[in-house]
Design a binder for this molecule. Structure first.
Ligand code: HEC
Ligand code: HEC
Ligand code: HEC
Ligand code: HEC
Ligand code: HEC
Length: 453
């Protein structure tokens, strides 16, 4: 059992006595507001700023675990991801470069702060620091930040801050305790996104705030930076330290360090995210339509599921009713077309009339909307329509299944599946070769046999 699962179980027992202190805790957990103006752009202050940062490779000799874990994380991938660069390009084209640093200020905060990522920039020409995405010092030199708008100011004193109250001295850097590192606030600059139009297009931090997890003080780190006993630095004492793999639902779609382990970690996380239950009759009457109900409970995820980039995420129910020998399919929902897309309005085959539309499809996802219509690019949205499940909530779906003509047994299976990107999105942005790199994860499944009378 994961550490966080134990915490969740304990949490469930304590929920009842916690509501009273909810107000106090929420007040205490509010973001730190930026206290001053962002760093100015004069050459002197830019040089000072650049001089403060070091490459992750400089941390590696003393922090080998932190380095090797971080290196495989989506934070390290944030400014490698071909989907990111393509979408940013599309955004700059569509807005005549008005989008400017909007995407980059989170995916490579240094590139943006150093002024290296102007219109038409080429990643290959950027400084090493800018190329590294969300690296050690992006987090450990944070001074001020603004929820949903990224980090607004970095420290130039080269003192690395973290949550160790009594850090051992070392020859490379001074260390200092900063309480914010053990709170969700430190993740909130980027894990909510406020678009140029002022719309909160992604809301993981806000969803967490609204959940009982925040009242209980079960921070993002409890699940995404689990504790282990080890050393914070090679020469340091034995401590409880934090994993830096930041496992979520995404995997690198191109060659990247630790890809196989990342896929395994995501599988494991997704198989420990929700509960699935099925209500189905033990017997049905031949020739009569009948019903089943499926409930998905978000009992172990600290925010909605899916969360964050909901526009790209798909979590769906696959329901299949087969003859006992598996030879005949009586009913199917959650099936894929030949392109790998679900059979809804995004499927080319459904649009061409080559495949029946999946009328009972249950898909958990988010839609970017403009003037009431779904649009492909989230940063242009004036609203977001979510079909996601909040923490500690559940969602109930009733399926009507067709009558079976002959007596005997039928086999029913219900599966909950997840993938990070739908194929139609990757095709639409001109990256069809990445479709085969996106795995479909099986989260939960139930099978049962039903007697036809
Ligand atoms: C996305 C932000 C982020 C990145 C990137 C990051 N860290 Fe951390 N790091 C944290 C947070 C947050 C904590 C404290 C977690 C807590 O106390 O709950 C931490 C803790 C630490 C600690 C203290 C020991 C421990 O594990 O608690 C060390 C040392 C450290 N990080 C080094 C690094 C190094 C080296 C890198 C790059 C290879 C790195 N970090 C990248 C956020 C980050
Ligand atoms: C010469 C070795 C050395 C190098 C190089 C080094 N560190 Fe450290 N660092 C340490 C030691 C030792 C500690 C204290 C560990 C302890 O007390 O358990 C530490 C502590 C930390 C902490 C925790 C501070 C706190 O109070 O919570 C952070 C964060 C950190 N280092 C980040 C970094 C980053 C980022 C780099 C690279 C830019 C880096 N370190 C490079 C040796 C080093
Ligand atoms: C500077 C901005 C920034 C900060 C601060 C930050 N993140 Fe992230 N995080 C990102 C970006 C950008 C990505 C996505 C990178 C990608 O997929 O290309 C990401 C990805 C992740 C993922 C993986 C999501 C997935 O779908 O696989 C997790 C988990 C995560 N972050 C947790 C955290 C936690 C916990 C903290 C606070 C300790 C934190 N992050 C702080 C920007 C940030
Ligand atoms: C109780 C455990 C728990 C807590 C607390 C928690 N998460 Fe998660 N998180 C999960 C699980 C499980 C998943 C995988 C299922 C999912 O996508 O929701 C996940 C997924 C994610 C993802 C990928 C979501 C997606 O669908 O694309 C991001 C990003 C993320 N978490 C960030 C955060 C941040 C930031 C916080 C704090 C504000 C946080 N998480 C708090 C358990 C947790
Ligand atoms: C306020 C910070 C922030 C801004 C601004 C931002 N992102 Fe992200 N981005 C994130 C975080 C956090 C994640 C991880 C969320 C998750 O996994 O659910 C992410 C994930 C992604 C991913 C990979 C995951 C996926 O499946 O979508 C892509 C691609 C991406 N962003 C592109 C962009 C583009 C393009 C823009 C600008 C139009 C942008 N981002 C603006 C923080 C930001």
């Amino acid at each position: 059992m994961h550490g966080y699962e134990k915490q969740v179980l304990r949490l469930k027992k304590r929920i009842t006595i916690t509501l009273g202190i909810l107000f106090v805790v929420l007040t205490a957990c509010r973001d730190t507001q930026p206290s001053g103006p962002p760093t100015d752009n004069s050459p002197d202050s830019l040089a000072l700023l650049r001089g403060a940062f070091s490459m992750p490779e400089n941390c590696q000799p003393c922090h080998p675990n932190h380095f090797s874990e971080w290196q495989t994380s989506m934070h390290a991938y944030a400014f490698e991801d071909p989907v990111f660069f393509r979408l940013n390009e599309i955004g700059q084209e569509r807005s005549g470069n008005e989008l400017d640093q909007f995407c980059i200020k989170c995916h490579s905060p240094l590139g943006s702060m150093f002024g290296e990522t102007g219109p038409g920039f080429d990643r290959a020409d950027l400084s090493e620091l800018a190329q590294k995405g969300i690296q050690c010092d992006v987090c450990h030199l944070i001074k001020n930040f603004d929820r949903g708008h990224s980090i607004t100011e970095f420290r130039t004193d080269r003192i690395r801050r973290g949550s160790i109250a009594d850090p051992q001295a070392n020859s490379y850097h001074d260390s200092e305790y900063d309480a914010r590192y053990s709170t969700s606030a430190i993740c909130s600059p980027c894990h909510d996104i406020i678009s140029p139009l002022g719309v909160r297009v992604e809301a993981t931090s806000t969803e967490w705030d609204a959940s009982l997890y925040s009242a209980m003080g079960l921070e993002c780190q409890a699940c995404h930076m689990p504790l282990y006993s080890g050393k914070a630095a090679t020469d340091g004492p034995q401590r409880e330290v934090h994993r830096h793999t930041f496992t979520g639902v995404d995997i690198p779609l191109t060659d990247f360090p630790g890809k196989a382990q990342t896929i395994e970690a995501v599988t494991n996380l997704l198989q420990n995210s929700v509960s699935l239950s099925l209500q189905a009759p033990a017997q049905i009457n031949a020739g009569e339509n009948w019903q089943i109900a499926v409930t998905v409970g978000n009992d172990r995820t600290g925010h909605n599921i899916p969360s964050g980039s909901t526009f790209e995420r798909q979590m769906w129910l696959e329901v299949r009713l087969l003859s006992a020998d598996g030879a005949q399919v009586y009913f199917e929902s959650g099936y894929l077309d030949d392109n790998g897309d679900l059979a809804d309005h995004h499927s080319e085959q459904v649009a061409n009339g080559d495949l029946p539309e999946d009328l009972q499809l249950k898909l958990y996802t988010g839609k970017a909307m403009l003037n009431g219509n779904e649009i492909p690019f989230f940063w242009e949205a004036d609203a977001v329509e979510l079909n996601t499940i909040p923490a500690f909530s559940s969602d109930h779906t009733v399926y009507t299944l067709p009558g079976i003509q002959t007596g005997g047994w039928v086999a029913l299976s219900v599966s909950l599946k997840f993938r990070a990107f739908p194929p139609h999105v990757l095709r639409a942005i001109g990256l069809p070769e990445l479709v085969r790199e996106v795995p479909v994860f099986l989260m939960e499944s139930i099978t049962t046999n039903i007697e036809v009378l």
